[in-house]
Design a protein around this ligand. Structure first.
Ligand SMILES: NC(=O)c1ccc[n+]([C@@H]2O[C@H](COP(=O)([O-])OP(=O)(O)OC[C@H]3O[C@@H](n4cnc5c(N)ncnc54)[C@H](O)[C@@H]3O)[C@@H](O)[C@H]2O)c1
Length: 251
């Protein structure tokens, strides 16, 4: 199996896209560490993955807090051994017009989405370097590629991930480590549904009219791209952004 017992950590994996990635990597034979900030949620998700036949364990950590990330990864190593794969997925996506955005809101978004990515990758990277093999996948967003009104902080944080991907790909290319980004768009997750219910987003049917393949995406669509990028056979792909968006925003 692709995972061959390797250890993968997925941040923000209790729900939504991260959860789908954790499920897919577990199905592919990885031992999966589920990290999430919500009390008990990572453990509950890991339990369900294990009940479905995978190997998974849950750890609570706020990715914006380096001490919590370090503690969680130490616990992962104690449970499963050294890490081979890091998927930096945890993020927040607040909506605020730019002129109403406070410095605190800006800093908080950057702290979770971009510094949180740094924390997870930086804390795990020594294991990958020591093994001479590793896969890093960042989950960015189409917002970084085309902009997003009322989400300047989010778009900027996601753009930072694209640049980080390229820098790390160059720095770690000779260490057997690839670094890539998946940029989703219009993926149905519980948090998206909440925004729909609050009238802050159009329905899936309305959105589908503007997506070339005629439907919104699923967590499994993103997980499939991640599963490919973390496989041995993807060793010649690094520094890239794979857009998983049903054909939206081509170019
Ligand atoms: N859903 C979409 O349409 C879409 C589109 C583009 C990009 N994305 C990106 O995909 C990723 C997942 O999105 P989603 O829709 O599944 O989001 P979501 O809100 O449904 O899930 C995010 C998960 O991350 C966790 N999380 C939040 N802050 C955290 C923190 N500080 N530390 C640890 N965990 C934290 C949450 O508890 C939650 O379980 C994000 O990076 C998001 O920017 C999503």
């Amino acid at each position: 199996m692709a995972g061959a017992g390797r250890v993968a950590v997925v941040t923000g994996a209790a729900a939504g896209i991260g959860r789908a990635i954790a499920e897919r990597l577990a199905a592919d034979g990885f031992r999966v560490a589920v990290l999430d900030v919500v009390d008990g949620a990572a453990e509950a998700a890991a339990k369900e993955i294990a009940n479905a036949g995978g190997t998974a364990a849950g750890f609570r950590a706020d990715v914006s807090d380096r001490a919590q990330v370090d503690a969680a990864l130490a616990a992962v190593r104690a449970e499963f051994g050294p890490l081979s794969v890091v998927v930096a997925n945890a993020a927040i996506a607040l909506q605020q017009p730019f002129l109403e955005m406070t410095l605190d809101q800006w800093n908080h978004t950057l702290a979770v989405n971009l510094t949180g990515t740094f924390n997870a990758v930086h804390a795990a990277m020594p294991d990958l370097v020591a093994a001479g093999w590793g896969r890093v996948v960042l989950i960015s967003s189409s917002s970084a590629q085309r902009g997003a009104p009322n989400m300047a902080h989010y778009a900027a944080s996601k753009g930072g991930q694209l640049a980080l991907t390229k820098a790390l790909a160059m720095e770690f290319g000779r260490s057997g480590i690839t670094v890539n980004t998946v940029a989703p768009s219009s993926i149905d997750t519980p948090s998206v549904q909440k925004k729909r219910d609050a009238g802050k987003m159009p329905s899936a049917e309305q959105m589908a009219r503007f997506i070339p393949v005629g439907r919104t995406g699923t967590g499994a669509d993103i997980a499939a791209a991640v599963a490919y990028l973390v496989a041995d056979e993807a060793s010649y792909i690094t520094g890239q952004t794979i857009s998983v968006n049903g054909g939206s925003f081509i170019g």
